[in-house]
Design a protein around this ligand. Structure first.
Ligand SMILES: [Fe+2]
Ligand SMILES: [Fe+2]
Length: 227
C-alpha cells in the first residue's frame, strides 16, 4: 500500500530500495549466469579468434541499437533515456575500437549470418507491458553478463593486443550489466528475481548447448562425429 503523501513513483522507488538491496552488485555479473561457458567454446574461440572478432564488431553495434530501441520504446523515462544514451555511445566506441583492431590484425570484413542466441532469447520475451520492459532490461543484463564472463575467459589466452583490449571491455560490460540490473530492479522490485531466473535458464541453455554456428554468444561447436 502506498504511504500517505507519496506519489506512486516515489512509493515504487521506496519499494525498490527495500527489495533491491540484495541485488547482485557485490556478487559480480557471474552471479546471474546459471551455467559457465564450456571450455570447448573457449578453446574454439582461441583458435578461431578472427571469426570471433568479426562477430564481436556486430555485437557492439547490436548493443548500441538495443539501447536506442529501449530509449524509443520508453521516451517518458528520463533517467533511463540518459543512461542508455551514454551506454549506446560507449558501445559505438567499442565498435570503432574493434574495427581498428581488425584492421591492425588484418582481419577482413565479411558478412556473417547472425547466430541463434539473441533471436532465441527474444522469443521468450513478453511482447507488451506490463512485462515487456522488464524482460528487455533483464535480457540486457544477461547478455552483458555473458559478454563479461567471456572477455575474462579469453583475455589470458589471446594474442597481446587483444588480451589487453578484452580486459578493458570486461570492465565496461560489468558496468553495463549493473546498469540494466538496477533499472530492472527499480522497474519491478517484486518480480525481477523470479523473472530473471526464468530468462537465465533459457540463456544458459543457449550459451552451453552445441551450436552449429560459432559466434561470440554461441554454444560450443558440436562434437565431431565418430567415423
Ligand atoms: Fe561493448
Ligand atoms: Fe555492453
Amino acid at each position: 500500500m502506498r504511504r500517505p503523501g507519496l506519489t506512486s513513483a516515489e512509493a515504487s522507488r521506496g519499494a525498490a530500495d527495500e527489495t533491491c538491496a540484495d541485488r547482485p552488485a557485490a556478487m559480480g555479473s557471474d552471479s546471474i549466469l546459471l551455467s559457465r561457458t564450456p571450455p570447448a567454446w573457449v578453446d574454439t574461440a582461441v583458435e578461431r579468434w578472427r571469426e570471433l572478432l568479426l562477430d564481436h564488431a556486430n555485437c557492439e553495434k547490436k548493443a548500441a541499437s538495443t539501447a536506442l530501441a529501449l530509449m524509443f520504446a520508453y521516451p517518458e523515462e528520463r533517467a533511463l533515456g540518459t543512461a542508455l544514451s551514454r551506454l549506446a555511445r560507449e558501445e559505438l566506441r567499442h565498435f570503432e575500437q574493434v574495427q581498428r583492431m581488425m584492421a591492425a590484425l588484418e582481419v577482413p570484413v565479411t558478412r556473417q549470418r547472425p547466430g541463434r542466441y539473441a533471436a532465441a532469447l527474444r522469443a521468450h520475451f513478453r511482447t507488451s507491458d506490463p512485462g515487456r520492459k522488464l524482460d528487455l532490461l533483464l535480457a540486457g543484463a544477461l547478455i552483458e553478463a555473458r559478454s563479461c564472463e567471456r572477455f575474462r575467459l579469453l583475455a589470458p589466452r589471446l594474442p597481446a593486443p587483444l588480451a589487453s583490449f578484452y580486459q578493458q571491455l570486461e570492465q565496461s560490460e560489468a558496468r553495463h550489466f549493473q546498469l540494466y540490473v538496477d533499472f530492472a530492479c527499480a522497474d519491478a522490485p517484486h518480480e525481477w528475481r523470479r523473472r530473471l531466473r526464468e530468462l537465465s535458464e533459457h540463456e544458459a541453455q543457449l550459451a552451453t548447448a552445441p551450436d552449429p554456428e560459432f559466434r561470440f554468444h554461441s554454444g560450443p561447436p558440436p562434437a565431431p562425429r565418430a567415423l
